[in-house]
Write a protein that binds this ligand. Structure first.
Ligand code: SF4
Length: 410
């Protein structure tokens, strides 16, 4: 499948601009996160904005909960490497102040900014300045009237109705530069709400599972909700809401889009076998060391750590580069072809060195580099493979011997 494609075609949405970042239409799906500093602390917040941008965030949101926060935004926005969204609840005057600060987008919660005249005033101001607004419906803070009307429950219908009511106010003042979210902490609820919303409007959709919680549960919930919708072609921008360092949110968002083939790969894709009775090394530890060694290096390759040379090179033959353990050695392979052999304690260093070489010079250069070593490497791998199969047989977990013993007991 081509980059940017999912199993279902992406639903057509109109495109808006958040600063210089397009959202919706055929624009790449973007990653968002939110700072957790006090926005009034402009320097501290800017540092976090830069860290988030480095971790793969395309758009960053900051709270605008008090006038000092709006003042902070006035200092942050001109120096930010990515567009800034002001998050506004309860007080529409904070939205007006954020617009004055020059933010690239507003997020309004229709559940707690309820007066139509306030909503329309903010929309008019945003319209006149060409600033988009996200209607950020949240299952936990639904408008009380809607809550009552839908039987005292948060339902997908109630959440969609909340978004449509806000859109109707915007319509009255001719404002349509809008993206929408209908987040809930329940994964099935948010999935259904987004499905219904996607059928009802063509505005770009911002996906998220709100208050997903700490890792690993939060990561799993957010991924379940966001990935399900993306696979259905729904969603134009995403945010992981984790109880964790926001850098983890940005990394998770980026990793999900890369894993689904919806964004170009920027960082290493480290794969590793789950280990089994054949493993010649501590695969978990070596994979951890490799992950640490690659760190934040921008090497867009798939790299494999495999526990044994018996099955490793075959199982990871599609990886750009891999290493498999056997007989106290590391057998390096490029696209399934053996290229070199290194001592076991140099496996990680060799992986990083070869990955860097391939990233700088390409795969052909790597095969050329291995011209004099590859035949020897192939023979050694074959010998170690045969020795290991000879030592452990095909039944490395000794299942058949156990079955024989059990049969004797019967
Ligand atoms: S590569 Fe080897 S050690 Fe890893 S799971 Fe496969 S057979 Fe087991």
């Amino acid at each position: 499948m081509e980059l940017g494609q999912s199993s279902h075609p992406r639903r057509k949405t109109r495109q808006i601009m958040v600063g210089d970042v397009p959202v919706g239409g055929d624009a790449p799906i973007t990653v968002q996160s939110m700072t957790i500093t006090k926005t009034a602390d402009a320097e501290g917040t800017l540092q976090q904005v830069y860290d988030l941008a480095m971790a793969g965030c395309d758009i960053v949101r900051c709270t605008c909960n008090e006038i000092e926060a709006a003042e902070g935004l006035a200092r942050i926005v001109p120096r930010s490497p990515v567009p800034i969204v002001a998050d506004v609840h309860h007080n529409h005057r904070m939205a007006l102040a954020a617009l004055e600060a020059g933010v690239h987008c507003l997020r309004l919660n229709p559940g707690n900014i309820r007066k139509p005249e306030h909503i329309k005033l903010v929309a008019q101001e945003a319209r006149d300045r060409g600033v988009p607004i996200r209607i950020g419906v949240n299952g936990g803070s639904l408008h009380p009237d809607l809550y009552k009307r839908h039987g005292g429950k948060v339902t997908p219908e109630a959440m969609v109705e909340s978004a449509l009511m806000e859109l109707a106010y915007f319509d009255e003042v001719g404002f349509e530069d809008v993206k929408i979210s209908v987040k809930a902490s329940s994964v099935p609820l948010m999935i259904e709400a987004y499905r219904q919303l996607s059928d009802a409007v063509d505005h770009p959709l911002h996906l998220g599972v709100t208050e997903a919680g700490p890792m690993p549960g939060g990561l799993i919930k957010a991924t379940a909700g966001i990935a399900t919708l993306l696979a259905e072609g729904i969603g134009d921008t995403i945010r992981y809401s984790l109880t964790a360092d926001p850098i983890e949110e940005a990394r998770a968002g980026r990793a999900l889009l890369e894993a689904m083939g919806l964004r170009e790969r920027k960082n290493i894709d480290l794969i590793a076998c789950p280990s089994c009775g054949r493993a010649e090394i501590d695969v978990i530890e070596v994979a951890r060391q490799a992950q640490e060694a690659f760190g934040e290096r921008e090497i867009p390759l798939q790299v494999a750590v495999m526990g044994c040379v018996v099955n490793g090179p075959g199982e990871a033959r599609d990886a750009d580069l891999g290493i498999a353990a056997g007989n106290k050695k590391g057998h390096l392979f490029v696209r399934g072809q053996n290229v070199a052999v290194v001592p076991e304690d140099q496996m990680v260093d060799a992986l990083v060195e070869w990955a860097t070489f391939i990233n700088d010079h390409g795969l052909d250069a790597a095969f050329e580099r291995a011209r004099s070593t590859r035949e020897q490497a192939r023979r050694e791998a074959e010998r170690d493979r045969a020795a290991l199969v000879g030592a452990h047989g095909d039944d490395v977990n000794e299942s058949e011997q156990r079955v024989e013993l059990i049969r004797k007991l019967g």
